[in-house]
Design a protein around this ligand. Structure first.
Ligand SMILES: Cc1cc2nc3c(=O)[nH]c(=O)nc-3n(C[C@H](O)[C@H](O)[C@H](O)COP(=O)(O)OP(=O)(O)OC[C@H]3O[C@@H](n4cnc5c(N)ncnc54)[C@H](O)[C@@H]3O)c2cc1C
Length: 283
């Protein structure tokens, strides 16, 4: 019997090391899919852990460059010291962005729980003034996102639109799937019309079809936006988008801190939890 933890970890996570992630990016590239690599880690406990995060991202950028793979990086502010102090996170990310510019790459800041939304948006806007190769994720389940997207568009910052992966209270977040999806659709159209290289990170085929149709109707060329999906999710759809001439980027997580990431994937798909439990109790 396979170990259920490693079964899911293997499906969703490239491996423990940056070499594993870069190898997986190369395999995706061979199929016309580009990548963004994330070193798993969030809410580090002290400055030393934040500096370890910085070192790992510096090594990752070098590795991506040396291997010649087509991949950007994704990172979380709390992995780089935001809980310790905002200036520490800004310092670390600015150092990373210098290397990003040297290698002509791009860094996307993931959006974490609502405790960090305001600080994340403000921090990205501040950093973007000196380092233009930075973008940020925005969640359609948050009611505030319309305003955040307007600010980011005005600043010329690229947005990755997601539905949102954290549990949020009903006074700040839409809780029904219908409302989250409707807001996604509205924000997606706004980004298609006025955004800067927006990325639509969803596996929702209805929304993907809607984006394609809206782009055609409004004469928005395929190279003005991209789709993004997670490693191990809807692999056939990823290949189909590439075959149809769309830019499709797959998010590749790696590292030892995989538990929080895997738990968010379980939450998105209940079948995963049942499969996991069944394997535990069948032992
Ligand atoms: C590239 C990328 C980056 C992301 N970055 C962030 C971020 O920075 N912050 C954040 O809060 N969230 C992020 N997310 C997660 C996102 O918020 C959603 O939780 C996740 O994408 C599921 O929503 P969905 O849009 O795919 O739609 P859903 O309605 O959840 O799913 C649509 C379809 O895809 C299938 N599906 C969805 N997830 C899975 C899964 N895990 N396993 C198998 N099938 C699945 C569903 O079964 C359904 O058929 C990111 C997602 C992607 C793809």
């Amino acid at each position: 019997m396979k170990d259920p933890v490693s079964y899911f970890a293997k499906r969703y996570i490239a491996g423990k090391t940056r070499e594993d992630a870069v190898r997986v990016a190369g395999e995706l590239n061979e199929n016309g899919i580009v990548a963004t690599i994330d070193n798993l880690g969030e809410n580090v406990r002290d400055t030393i852990e934040a500096m370890n995060g910085l070192d790992e991202y510096m090594g990752l950028l070098r590795e991506i460059h040396d291997a010649g793979v087509d991949s950007t990086i994704s990172l979380k502010l709390t992995h780089l010291g935001l809980d310790q102090s905002q200036p520490l996170a800004v310092k670390n990310i600015s150092a990373i962005l210098k290397k990003v510019a040297k290698y002509k790459s791009f860094a996307r800041v993931d959006m974490e729980s609502s405790a960090y939304t305001g600080t994340t948006i403000d921090t990205v806007i501040e950093i973007h003034k000196n380092h233009p190769d930075i973008g940020v994720a925005v969640q359609s389940y948050l009611m505030r996102s319309t305003g955040d997207i307007a600010r980011l568009i005005a600043e010329g910052i690229s947005v990755r639109l997601v539905k949102g992966a954290y549990k949020e209270p009903a006074d700040i977040a839409f809780t029904s799937k219908a409302k989250v999806d409707a807001n996604y659709s509205t924000l997606m159209k706004e980004l298609l019309l006025h955004g800067h290289n927006p990325a639509f990170a969803t596996h929702d085929e209805e929304l993907i079809t809607e984006a394609k149709t809206f782009a055609v109707k409004n004469n928005i060329p395929k190279d003005k936006f991209e789709f993004q999906m997670l490693l191990g999710v809807k692999r056939k759809a990823q290949l189909q988008l590439a075959a149809d001439g769309y830019k499709i980027r797959v998010y590749i997580p790696y590292g030892k801190e995989w538990m929080a990431y895997i738990m968010r994937r379980f939450k998105e798909r209940k079948e995963n939890v049942w499969f996991f439990m069944k394997n535990i109790f069948d032992r």
